[in-house]
Ligand binder design. Structure first.
Ligand SMILES: Cc1ncc(COP(=O)(O)O)c(C=O)c1O
Length: 378
């Protein structure tokens, strides 16, 4: 890499746009694979990326195998069958659903569509960083408010929207990285209080894990809310990249102005259809995830740490000291082959974040955590 840069410095190259030139070359998250490569280690337990350790349904694996021989064909650019199925599942019309390369991909489209360079976009300090990445890369301006009591602060978000005349406000419910949540009534009241010209991006990536009464009903008659859902979490398809937006037709239709029309591969479309059809499997994953969360809770408490309540497939665990100490715990767990992540924002950073893993993964955590804490306390 360094050598190619030296070589490039010696030859004339096309100039980046001023906006692109102002951006760092960055990946919002350091992947476990990069850590393994740079540190020359192999993780024994992968508990950091909030994937579903329980994997996809066997019916999905069969659908992927069946679709594989057909992968010489371009995929259906209208994602017709999946949009029909999603519309039936959620009680909306197919034109009120747009499918993309995960919520991450859809977030980028939302910024490009609804926030011009210089426009203000509101989020929370320490909330999902890929959102910020897209805001910055399209030249919009971030205005972020702190969490309150480990939850996204709806009053502060609303006040910030009013103060800045924001074009978009982002709310993840349930939230990453804390796992906390608001109930549906609070979210609906928040949406109702927003100016009609502000788009609420309601990121419900963890919605399937949340207790009943958390997700507000989907009402596409409401002008300014897009619900963002994904097959990456409870459906266990993070590697295939499939998410969808549900909202009023003119908003979901607008994705057709900017989206990558062949971005959701034929294998991904077939897999997502099969995943959606297997709601029994989804229910079993939600149950297993709840049990794993409970086990993380028990392991944390046995080590004198405080697990936060969670409506997601991970648990934020308060390490009881400051961010530097929690970082030491994370580093020590990495050295012991356990991949986790942690919140980085002030106050939230006292926590580490552990994904609901299989029994085998949590056995590794159970053994490693006491040793990691001893190392971190030195
Ligand atoms: C709040 C939130 N939104 C979106 C995503 C990414 O979803 P997708 O895999 O559909 O891009 C994540 C993944 O961790 C997340 O935590």
């Amino acid at each position: 890499m360094a050598q190619s840069r030296i070589k490039a410095a010696l030859m004339p190259l096309p100039a980046l746009t001023p906006l692109a030139a102002s951006l760092p070359e960055t990946v919002p998250f350091v992947g476990p694979e990069s850590i393994e490569r740079t540190r020359g280690i192999r993780f024994r337990a992968r508990l950091g990326a909030n994937e579903s350790s329980f994997g996809p349904s066997p019916a999905v694996i069969a659908a992927i195998a069946a679709a594989a021989p057909e992968s010489w064909k371009y995929c259906d650019p209208e994602v017709f069958d999946l949009r029909q199925a999603l519309a039936r599942h959620h009680g909306v019309t197919p034109d009120e659903v747009s499918v993309g390369e995960g919520i991450d991909g859809l977030l980028g489209h939302c910024i490009r569509l609804f926030a011009a360079p210089g426009d203000v976009v509101v989020t929370s300090i320490g909330a999902y960083p890929t959102f910020n990445y897209h805001v910055t890369s399209f030249g919009a301006r971030l205005h972020a408010v702190p969490y309150r009591d480990d939850r996204e602060d709806l009053d502060a978000l609303l006040a910030a929207v009013r103060e800045t005349d924001a074009k978009i406000v982002y709310l993840a419910n349930p939230d990453n990285p804390m796992g906390t949540w608001w109930d549906a009534d609070a979210v609906t009241a928040f949406a109702d209080a927003l100016p009609p010209t502000t788009l609420l991006l309601l990121d419900e990536a963890y919605g399937e894990f949340a207790p009943p009464g958390t997700l507000p009903p989907i009402d596409t008659g409401r002008g300014s809310v897009l619900h963002l859902r994904t097959f990456s979490k409870a459906y266990g398809l993070a590697g295939l990249r499939c998410g969808y937006a549900i909202g009023p037709g003119p908003l979901t239709g607008a994705f057709n102005r900017v989206r990558n029309h062949f971005g959701v591969s034929s294998i991904t479309q077939a897999a997502a259809l099969a995943a959606l059809a297997d709601q029994d499997y989804l229910a079993s994953v939600v149950t297993q995830t709840g049990a794993a969360r409970q086990r993380i809770d028990t392991i944390a408490r046995a080590n004198g740490l405080i697990p936060l309540p969670s409506a997601t497939n991970f648990v934020a665990v308060d390490c009881g000291r400051d961010g530097a100490f929690a970082q030491n715990v994370l580093n020590a767990l990495t050295d012991l082959g356990v991949f986790i992540r942690k919140p980085m924002a002030p106050r939230l950073d006292r926590c580490i974040r552990i994904t609901a893993g299989t029994d085998a993964m949590l056995n590794v955590l159970e053994t490693a955590l006491p040793e990691a804490l001893t190392t971190a306390r030195r």
